[in-house]
Design a protein around this ligand. Structure first.
Ligand code: UDP
Length: 436
């Protein structure tokens, strides 16, 4: 056959677009889980023999343009707008420059990408532009959906309308959208469009990284007494995360406890404001002695905090996925989480912890009291959570699922273009019908 539909022995080359989330950056800043997702996906695909370039925006003049993350996986930092941190809501105007820089890089490197995977709506816009010129498939992961996020805001930002239009196009004009939870699919269908293809593929984590430390070892490492009742929060300081609910719940507990609040990017004005608000509340409710503001913790150290805790609380008002729940469960720590967003599907009520209504300090206090009163039961929840995460959210399996999606889409595209150029060879026509 003159025109081979799939080039044999050629390493597939994928372009992951993550304008606002440098996978090599410190995790725990804005959209922390997105950085983890993109990084784990890039590394995992490279382990499967693919070539992966992760395109992000340069945020500092001294940042290198190309970073080799692992053999086969690179981070490429493109210059688009000033080389400094720009809040997400102000990035849209720099996207045309990002696309131009992408073309220049592609010309220089000569790499032919077979598929684009965009992450978050800003990269979705970039991906749609590239797709329309290159004619290659695009996969899009939302990470969060604007209309859902803005529902709870009295005054949505000025960019909300643009975001909605782009998120609609990401659903209707890409080859497949990936949703990380069934709740997100329902939101997309109800609030955006019933057109377009969506697959549910959850976030994944490196289960061995989070699941290898015993509680005694972790407590020794962190210098926490063995008999202390430790409640853990991990995440950004953002109103949506519901830290206020947790503080109010803790103020009503009758038994002694220690509350560790991990996270808080000191370079972010918004996070500093929220942290101050929480600190004021802690003082007002007389919890200073019981509360430790740990600050941002590196991913290498985080497993110690999860392993040391008696319970990890995720009190969010809304949570598109909630990676922290998986990390805690992987460490064998039971979870109390709000029954919202992705948490509804990752935490199993009364099997790996408890799901409670958001924004209800009394319900949260009752659940924490149970952890203290019935430690054996909660220990069992922790062990069940560890197994649940290993069985369902391990990075190797989730990456394999995404890779197989890429393969089916690139094959469908190859068949389609071969059909177009070969005036519809009947056997190819048959194949193309079965690919979808
Ligand atoms: N994280 C971290 N250090 C911190 C706080 C958070 O590495 O001090 C990481 C955490 O391990 C998780 C991510 O940030 O991987 C937060 O993800 P999640 O889905 O819970 O929330 P998001 O920030 O994406 O809204």
């Amino acid at each position: 056959m003159g025109n081979s539909i799939v080039a044999p022995n050629r390493r597939p080359s994928y372009a992951l677009i993550a304008v606002d989330s440098d996978p090599t950056a410190e995790i725990g800043k804005v959209g922390g889980s997105q950085n983890v997702y993109v990084r784990e996906l890039g590394l995992g695909l490279a382990r499967r023999g693919c070539q992966v370039d992760i395109f992000t925006r340069r945020e500092h003049p001294e940042q290198e343009e190309i970073v080799e993350n692992s053999p086969g996986c690179r981070t490429i930092r493109l210059t688009a707008g000033p080389a400094k941190f720009i809040p997400r809501d102000e990035l849209f105007e720099h996207l045309p420059a990002f696309v131009d820089a992408w073309w220049l890089f592609q010309l220089r490197s000569g790499r032919n990408y077979t598929l684009i995977h965009s992450n978050y709506w800003l990269s979705g816009w970039v991906g749609l532009r590239l797709k329309s010129h290159l004619g290659i498939p695009q996969v899009h992961t939302y990470h969060s959906v604007g209309v859902v996020k803005y529902q709870s805001m009295a005054k949505p930002p000025a960019i909300a309308v643009t975001r909605h239009l782009v998120e609609t196009a990401c659903l209707t004009s890409t080859d497949c959208a990936i949703s990380t939870s069934p709740q997100e699919v329902a939101d997309l269908r109800q609030l955006i469009s019933d057109r377009g293809r969506v697959r549910v593929i959850p976030y994944a984590i490196n289960t061995s990284h989070f699941g290898s430390i015993a509680r005694t070892v972790a407590r020794e490492h962190l210098k926490i007494a063995t008999d202390e009742k430790l409640i853990l929060y991990v995440g950004r300081f953002d109103r949506r995360k519901g830290i206020e609910t947790l503080i109010k719940a803790c103020a009503t507990l009758t038994k002694p406890f220690r509350l560790y609040l991990v996270g808080g990017d000191r370079t972010s004005e918004e996070e500093c404001q929220e942290r101050q608000r929480i600190q004021d509340l802690v003082t007002e409710l007389g919890l200073e002695d019981a509360t430790v503001f740990v600050g941002q913790v590196a991913q290498t150290e985080l497993p110690f905090y999860y392993a040391a805790a008696n319970v990890c609380v995720i009190p969010s008002d809304y949570e598109p996925f909630g990676l922290v729940a998986l990390e805690a469960m992987a460490a064998g720590t039971p979870v109390i989480a709000s029954i919202v967003g992705g948490l509804k599907y990752t935490v199993i009520h009364r099997e790996t912890g408890m799901l409670i209504p958001p924004n209800e300090p009394t319900a949260l206090a009752a659940a924490i009291t149970e952890v203290f009163d019935d430690p054996w039961q909660w220990e069992a929840y922790g062990q069940a959570g560890r197994q649940w995460v290993r069985d369902n959210f391990s990075a190797a399996e989730i990456v394999a699922e995404i890779h197989s999606l890429y393969q089916s889409l690139t094959l469908a595209e190859s068949v389609q273009s071969a059909c177009d150029t070969q005036k519809l060879n009947p056997s190819l026509k048959l194949v193309s019908r079965f690919i979808e």
